[in-house]
Design a binder for this molecule. Structure first.
Ligand code: B12
Length: 483
């Protein structure tokens, strides 16, 4: 393409990643499809700065990838940016190489958690990327697009054939300065995006963020994007954001994906006060740590419309918990779960299996612990050691690790702790879910969703074949993708 590119314009891409062949019937994507909030935030910021940004979300709409070459030729962006988790990175690298063939003059930039974790190493290995961005993308990308060459904070770049990094951009952006994410740039928003089935009372619903960062240091969690600090939007900003989503897009239920929604108690007291005094008619879910909720706060959350709280249980084995998560306390966790239920809020438990040190006995202990809790919903993830997490560095001394980025989506056992086999882990994973679902209380709970979340049942019935197929035969989740 020889047409001149527009250096004030960027095409932001959310790659599909992983196994493309399986994408059409990918039950995980059908059950839960979230907008790329990082890209929507960057797009809004760039537009505010007088630049132009478009977004293509191949994760939400794999077929739209066929339009990429045409879009590049017709809109002639000077920049193309990719947002990458680990499982999306190789797909992005492939797309970037193709774009460079179609339009060698385009500048390619890659950001997201995988880049923040591995930084220079990625630019050395993948020359199709001109720049990488460590951490928050808004200000760094803006500086790059505006040609402010002296401002290299957050930028990974090449100079005299050597890859360098301008260091972390500090301080992090003040979150109330951010315009609301440019949801309107996401084709099909909000209908195309869906919260996990049975995780919401009403549609249309959406996900959103009101903070960045987490001060805790769990062994399996990557904090290389936002670091160990916690910054948050004020209660007034969050209230206005919710109202915007309701008024502009008709959203009736929100999922706050914040790592620590309730970390600042004053903010939540203020926000719930606003929602009670000036109701928006919306409900919401959030995640919390057990030491960051109390009966008064829970009563306020309930009154303000809180429908469900997710809690990271991770494991029901006390030794494993102490090893991987500071300040974990299983007795306290059980008490807090009961406290949340007493407040009339649903509880979703998040569990992992296959952590370093895991044994058959620790998984059985986890099952006994979790299945005795009065939780309503459960998510069991297959532990995956991500670059940037504390335990990544010496992971191979605790078992075998097949570091296949494409499949690092927590749906494959790529790490096998010493003493276990992937087949055994898979069988225990299925047992974990089966025992959960087969209990009369849980089944009755899903039945009650007929009136508590009719839209979930509609989706379930529309795709019953795939959902039940997943339950019947989970073997393919561990299989490598067809070449
Ligand atoms: C919401 C969420 C999800 C959602 C949707 C994810 C999505 N595709 O959008 C759901 C529930 C579906 C999900 C699924 C998974 N998730 Co998730 N998820 C998150 C969570 C909580 C928030 C993501 C988010 O929106 N952040 C807010 C935005 C503003 O931040 P951001 O996306 O990082 O973007 C900023 C920068 O990274 C940068 N940036 C990003 N893209 C770009 C692009 C360019 C060009 C530039 C310049 C900059 C840039 O600028 C942005 C704005 O400042 C994060 C943790 C976190 N707090 O970020 C984990 C997180 C991203 N998830 C994680 C994981 C492991 C998963 C799963 C693999 C496993 C699982 N079951 O949870 C799956 C698979 C996801 C996939 N296919 O890629 C890990 C990723 C680790 C990794 N190396 O891949 C994280 C980091 C959690 C953690 N700390 O371990 N996830």
């Amino acid at each position: 393409m020889d047409k001149k590119t527009d250096t004030g314009r960027i095409l932001l891409i959310h790659p599909l990643g992983g196994n493309k062949q399986a994408a059409a019937s990918d039950i995980a994507r059908k059950a839960n499809l979230m907008p790329p909030l990082g890209l929507a935030s960057i797009a809004a910021w760039l537009e505010q700065e007088g630049l132009h940004a478009d977004i293509m979300d191949f994760n939400a709409d794999p077929a739209s990838e066929a339009l990429l070459e045409d879009t590049i030729h017709t809109t002639a962006p000077g920049f193309v940016g990719f947002s990458c988790t680990t499982s999306a990175f190789l797909d992005a690298a492939n797309l970037a190489a193709r774009i460079k063939q179609w339009a060698p003059g385009i500048t390619t930039v890659v950001g997201g958690v995988h880049v923040s974790a591995l930084r220079e190493e990625l630019l050395v290995r993948y020359p199709q990327f001109d720049y990488g961005v460590w951490g928050e993308g808004e200000e760094t990308l803006c500086a790059l697009m505006k040609g402010r060459t002296a401002d290299r904070a957050g930028l990974i770049y090449r100079e005299d054939g050597v890859v360098r990094c301008g260091g972390r951009r500090e301080p992090g952006i003040e979150l109330d300065r951010l315009p609301f994410p440019a949801y309107e740039k996401l084709p099909g928003y909000p209908e195309r995006y869906t919260l996990p089935i049975f995780n919401y009372p009403r549609a249309p619903n959406a996900s959103c963020l009101s903070s960045r960062g987490c001060p805790y240091a769990c062994s399996y969690c990557d904090r290389s994007v936002f670091g160990a600090t916690f910054r948050f939007n004020s209660a007034a900003y969050v209230y206005a954001h919710m109202r915007h989503l309701r008024d502009r897009f008709g959203i009736r239920h929100l999922n706050f994906y914040d790592d620590q929604f309730t970390l600042d108690r004053n903010r939540i007291m203020e926000l719930t006060g606003l929602l009670v005094d000036k109701p928006l008619g919306m409900t919401f879910n959030c995640a919390a740590r057990p030491d960051r909720v109390d009966p008064e706060l829970l009563a306020r959350l309930k009154k303000a419309g809180c429908w469900m709280i997710s809690l990271g249980i991770e494991t029901g084995d006390p030794e494993l918990l102490a090893r991987h998560r500071r300040q974990g306390d299983l007795d306290k966790l059980s008490k807090v779960i009961r406290m949340i239920k007493q407040a009339g809020i649903r509880v979703k438990g998040l569990v992992m299996i296959g952590l370093p040190g895991e044994t058959e006995a620790s998984i059985q202990r986890s099952m006994s612990y979790v299945h005795a809790l009065p939780i309503d919903d459960l998510n069991v993830a297959k532990f995956t050691p991500f670059p940037g997490t504390p335990l990544y560095a010496d992971i191979r001394s605790h078992g075998t690790f097949e570091e296949d980025w494409d499949r690092m989506d927590c749906m494959h056992f790529l790490f096998t702790p010493n003493g276990l086999s992937p087949q055994r882990l898979q069988a225990l994973f299925m047992q974990f879910y089966k025992r959960h679902f087969m209990r009369p209380r849980i089944l009755a709970g899903y039945l009650a969703m007929l009136w508590r979340s009719p839209d979930s049942w509609r989706r379930f019935l529309a795709d019953a074949g795939s959902f039940l197929g997943f339950a019947r035969n989970n073997r393919r989740w561990n299989a490598p993708p067809p070449k």
